[in-house]
Design a protein around this ligand. Structure first.
Ligand code: F1P
Length: 306
């Protein structure tokens, strides 16, 4: 891979960042959701999708009911035992608003402690080593998820079949080293699919391609795909599953003539490492389209509303 962009350079550091995050899980544990608590995880954009992935992992692992909410859609009347925010910048207005009004204990995972989130959250978990210069988030987001996933493992609450973070990091090394699946740079459209915790990853995969390369992408829970979205699949377009496909879906996609990428999950790459391949594709596609992934159209590091 040509490392000619900040985004490309930063995404390549993910394995080391995930391993480092995993070593912090024990000391972070008091600020993180405790077993049995009813938790809301909030964020915007990429951070919301990481919240979705974590929420599904935590609940599937039996650690407790967990809602993932776009900060702007936080339902003020709901009772939670804890609110966990994810925000790389620490300045996102909607996240700060929820933390400011919260009635439950709050914690925030951030890349920058010298920001308003330090005053807004009761507890701060700082992953400054994973902060980024690129507007387009890659390593901060996945490192935040790696920390939360490692904490679930410490709590014996990783769902069956979900590997430890160091093993995911090994897979991410592979995802960085191996050639990307063929035919995707030429695809006119890509739909990403996931189930459970990997649905958040699918959402993030689609967003990454839009942000870095202005690509036409969509993302759905895999079992929703037959309920309409499959109409978009056609020769020259692609479907990429983060994690295993449900039975029968590969054949359904094959009938549309779309290219299918479905080699992560059981027996294949860790789904989080598969997201690293999508990030690489997004950077490569930007290059192929003459775009600079470090200058994503209409985006800034953080949305700060007046
Ligand atoms: C979240 C975010 C990014 C998005 C854009 C604006 O920021 O929505 O995901 O790509 O750059 O900000 P943060 O709260 O994690 O800093």
């Amino acid at each position: 891979m040509a490392l000619t962009s900040l985004t490309g350079e930063e995404l390549a550091t993910q394995p080391a960042n995930w391993r480092r995050a995993a070593t912090l899980a024990a000391e972070a544990s008091l600020a993180l959701p405790q077993r049995g608590e009813r938790v809301a995880v909030i964020g915007c954009g990429t951070s919301w999708f990481m919240a979705q992935a974590y929420a599904a992992l935590r609940e599937a692992g039996g650690h407790g009911e967990t809602d993932a909410l776009a900060a702007s859609e936080f339902p003020p009347g709901r009772g939670y035992d804890r609110i966990l925010a994810i925000s790389r910048s620490g300045t996102t207005t909607e996240v700060l608003d929820v933390l400011g009004r919260a009635k439950a204990p709050t914690a925030a995972v951030t890349g920058d402690p010298d920001t308003p989130i330090a005053g807004a959250a009761d507890q701060l978990l700082v992953l400054d080593f994973a902060d980024e210069r690129s507007v387009v988030q890659t390593r901060f987001a996945t490192t935040a998820l790696a920390l939360l996933r490692a904490h679930l493992e410490l709590e014996d609450a990783l769902p069956a079949g979900v590997a430890s973070v160091p093993r995911a990091a090994d897979d991410a090394e592979r995802a960085l080293a191996e050639p990307l699946p063929e035919g995707l740079l030429a695809a006119e459209q890509v739909t990403f699919l996931g189930r459970g915790w990997t649905y958040g990853l699918a959402q993030e995969a689609g967003l990454k391609m839009r942000e870095a390369a202005t690509a036409w992408t969509e993302a759905y829970p895999a079992m929703e795909y037959r309920h309409g979205p499959i109409s978009v699949a056609a020769p020259g377009r692609a479907v990429w599953s983060l994690g295993e496909l449900p039975p029968g879906l590969a054949a359904d996609v094959a009938r549309t003539g779309a290219l299918l990428v479905a080699d992560s999950g059981a027996g294949g790459l860790d789904p989080l490492a598969d997201l690293v391949r999508v990030q690489r594709l997004a950077v490569a596609l930007a290059g192929a389209r003459g775009l600079n992934p470090d200058e994503p159209r209409s985006l800034t590091r953080s949305v700060i509303l007046a």
